[in-house]
Design a protein around this ligand. Structure first.
Ligand SMILES: Nc1nc2c(ncn2[C@@H]2O[C@H](COP(=O)(O)OP(=O)(O)O)[C@@H](O)[C@H]2O)c(=O)[nH]1
Ligand SMILES: [Mg+2]
Length: 211
């Protein structure tokens, strides 16, 4: 899949205010500072599309980016349009109780109500063992039957042995509650590792839902 363009479309305060067209959409979520904005920029190839760093945990909006991609199917070029959705991260230490409640309302509203959502990418820091807050979020998705993929970030920053150890621990945790493991993709926004794997998955899903 080749990305032809990726542009910011709109920020919405709730699911009800999100774009109404029925383009498929892919949501990105994870702990603040996990590398979500960097990954979005790496995937689209548009530097500065999503704001990196700055003040973590500040954005409490649902951000839609319209992506136009091109793919070779059965000997002809096809254009696909889909949304990449940047959601506010969780687990930012300095947020108030009220802000956390509001985040929870918005996130539940989005995940339980958004018809266009076809897959969610839950970003996990590959340098650390499984965190309660990530497991809780995964539990929420699993319980509600919302399909997701685990995306390990910052794999360039840690020895591969450590990364694989953290992934093994995550699998062990998940197998306590679930019979099946979600797809997992290892990424680095620095090196571009995992870009093709992730875009290939989106391409496959785009293709499936057309039928
Ligand atoms: N080395 C390395 N640093 C990363 C990577 N992804 C993000 N970072 C850094 O981690 C910090 C937080 O990244 P950001 O994308 O803003 O995280 P967000 O809060 O989840 O959107 C920034 O300083 C990034 O430069 C990565 O894959 N490799
Ligand atoms: Mg960010």
């Amino acid at each position: 899949m080749t990305i032809r363009s990726a542009v910011f479309t709109v920020s919405s305060p709730s699911c009800a205010k999100c774009p109404q067209e029925d383009r498929p959409e892919y949501a990105f979520i994870g702990r603040s500072n996990v590398g979500k904005s960097s990954l979005i920029n790496m995937l689209t190839g548009v530097k500065g599309l999503a704001k990196t760093s700055g003040r973590p945990g500040k954005t409490q909006l649902i951000n839609h980016f319209l992506v136009v991609s091109e793919v070779e199917r059965a000997n002809h070029r096809e254009i696909d349009e889909w949304y990449l959705v940047d959601l506010p991260g969780y687990g930012y230490a300095r947020t108030s109780r009220a802000a956390r409640d509001e985040w929870g309302r918005m996130i539940r509203g989005y995940f339980l109500g958004r018809q266009q959502l076809v897959n969610t990418y839950v970003l996990i820091d590959s340098r650390i063992p499984p965190q309660r807050i990530d497991l809780d979020f995964i539990q929420f998705l699993g319980t509600n039957g919302i399909p997701f993929t685990l995306v390990y970030t910052k794999t360039d920053k840690e020895k591969q042995r450590e990364v694989m150890g953290n992934i093994r621990l995550m699998k062990q945790e998940l197998l306590k509650s679930w019979e099946e493991l979600p797809p997992m993709i290892l990424t680095s926004s620095l090196t571009g590792h995992g870009r093709d794997a992730l875009l290939d998955q989106i391409e496959t899903i785009n293709e499936t839902i057309k039928k």
